[in-house]
Design a protein around this ligand. Structure first.
Ligand code: 5GP
Length: 120
């Protein structure tokens, strides 16, 4: 799938759409999810144009990947989530229900998060 430069997160990165920003560095940008699904629900996105985890893990440079993963950990730490804990999640493709075609990691926290996935 080709990257759509007008997807909502690309527009947030360009400052065209407002967000509640949490963190920014050379590789990553983090902001609160507009429809939180936990008491804490933050999204971390790479600054590069990658559609999903599949695209990012395949095409991004080592520097971008390391910078992004470090940023996810830093955001969680800075928000005080390392203890008592948090969950990260990334959707790729139709079966996952991915809605926004710019790679993003969800950070969920602030409550007991229950099972990883609902039983079928
Ligand atoms: P996905 O289903 O693609 O993994 O997750 C997309 C997430 O982006 C959803 O949790 C949704 O609430 C969030 N989202 C969609 N549009 C916006 C927006 O305009 N601003 C913010 N902050 N979050 C958004």
């Amino acid at each position: 799938m080709a990257y759509d430069t007008n997807n909502i997160f690309a527009r947030i990165l360009r400052g065209e759409i407002p967000c509640q920003k949490v963190y920014e560095d050379d590789h990553a940008f983090a902001f609160h999810d507009i429809k939180p699904q936990a008491r804490v629900h933050v999204l971390v996105i790479p600054k590069g144009a990658y559609v999903s985890m599949d695209d990012f893990s395949f095409q991004a440079s080592e520097r971008e990947i390391a910078g992004f993963i470090r940023a996810v950990g830093k955001v969680a730490r800075d928000l005080g989530l390392a203890d008592p804990g948090y969950r990260i999640l990334a959707n790729h493709g139709d079966d996952s229900g991915q809605e926004v075609p710019h790679f993003h990691v969800h950070i969920f926290a602030g409550q007991r998060l229950g099972r990883m996935i609902q039983p079928r």
